[in-house]
Ligand binder design. Sequence first.
Ligand code: COA
Length: 355
Amino acid sequence: MLRSKIGGIGYYVPEKVVTNDDLTKVMDTSDEWIKERTGIEERRYGIKHKETTSTMGARAAEIAIERAGIQKEEVDFIIFATLSPDYYFPGSGVLLQRELGITKTEIGALDIRNQCSGFIYGLSIADQFVRTGMYKNVLLVGAEMHSMGLDFTTRGRNVTVIFGDGAGAVVVQPTEEENQGILTTKLHSDGTYAEKLAFINPGSHGGYHSKHTGEEVDYGYSDAEYGDIFLNQHMLDNAQIFPNMEGQFVFKLAVQKFPEVIMEALSEAGLEKKDIDMMVPHQANLRISAFVQRQLGLRDDQVWNNIQKYGNTTAASIPIALCEAVEAGAVKRGDLVCLAAFGSGFTWGSALIRW
Ligand code: COA
């Protein structure tokens, strides 16, 4: 049976390290609070005017392409997952294509918006394209430059301290080997609580969703027939252009959905918890990872965590962590690797890979 496998993997994190103590210089927070609640010690920030989400993605992609043993011109489809794109539109996929210098190949480029589960969604899409024989070298990139869009005042501290910049990439290729490749991917969503973790302006909502949230917010719209819905001065003046998150609400659902979606994948693949060799969870919070680890009965060396160094890099977190685990020799040929993520939407998913 034709399956897909991860044929090459790479990651890139910007050089600039920002510690918790660095953040205390611009907002009322502390190293102790951040470490205790999240496990994060430091994160990386891209260099303004020099790096972007797509350029960081391209650096990770170059490594993944080389390790996949192909030329970049042989990539036949691009999937780009991010919530912090270079532009509102066009998506970052075409910018990555340009940065890689492969515009002449005129391959398709797809942007996906599934936040923290963006990489798993992308992997599932890549898997389908490869299994059907449509493409042979799908380049999947997850990249974020959060540092350009966060509120660096005390008002935004609950969100800002968590996020960091970085990129990860894989090349998904066909394999006919009996015991190798992506065994299954599971994807889910529930939009009921879409605004609990969201970045809603600029957007076309015009306050419409208050009927779902029950929360009327003054966005400063005028009575003009057209315009000023998407973005206006009031939103800028009132800090309505930053992400917002109800942390405890997100936490409670995350610890429920992570184990659920992993068990679903194991059951479909006819496997059990004890069969997992390495778990690479989306790096949302060390406490969430520890909870999932306990639920699955895994040892410390069977769960790859790097949130301490990079914070939450959203769509990039799984490929960065997976790449580190592979480079460290913690994932070997034949190992059962489990990926899982939960995030804004809410969307969540899992993947089981026989490495
Ligand atoms: N530094 C210091 N104090 C902070 C702070 C910060 N960076 N951020 C918030 N606080 C304060 C709050 O204002 C609050 O103060 P109060 O008690 O005086 O009102 C207090 O700390 C507790 O805030 P709370 O939000 O209840 O903390 P928490 O224990 O829930 O931890 C998170 C916050 C965000 C770390 C935690 O909820 C979490 O990780 N949730 C999941 C988030 C997540 O995974 N998001 C990504 C999804 S992929």
